[in-house]
Design a protein around this ligand. Structure first.
Ligand SMILES: [Zn+2]
Length: 87
């Protein structure tokens, strides 16, 4: 099972910098990871086999599909992290 990855993790990782600036939550590692956990726990995982070199197109299509959910979840996570920072 070592080639099976959750593509949603890549999508969130790729969007993290943009979302941090957009929603202005703390940029420290703890807060970024708390935000990532919040979002990832609420998005359905998308598993794929990582050995076919198609990761980029998969990430793009999933990112597009999740766009509204990603924005909403990052927004919610930012509020929670701002109100209850754990750093
Ligand atoms: Zn922080």
């Amino acid at each position: 099972m070592q080639h099976i990855k959750n593509c949603t993790e890549y999508v969130i990782e790729q969007r993290m910098d943009e979302m941090q600036k957009r929603f202005n939550f703390c940029n420290c590692e703890i807060c970024r990871e708390d935000v990532a956990c919040y979002v990832l726990n609420r998005l359905p995982p998308k598993y794929y086999r990582s050995d076919n070199g198609k990761i980029y197109s998969i990430v793009q299509s999933i990112s597009h599909q999740y766009e509204t959910d990603i924005l909403m979840l990052f927004s919610q996570a930012a509020e929670i992290i701002k109100n209850n920072p754990r750093h």
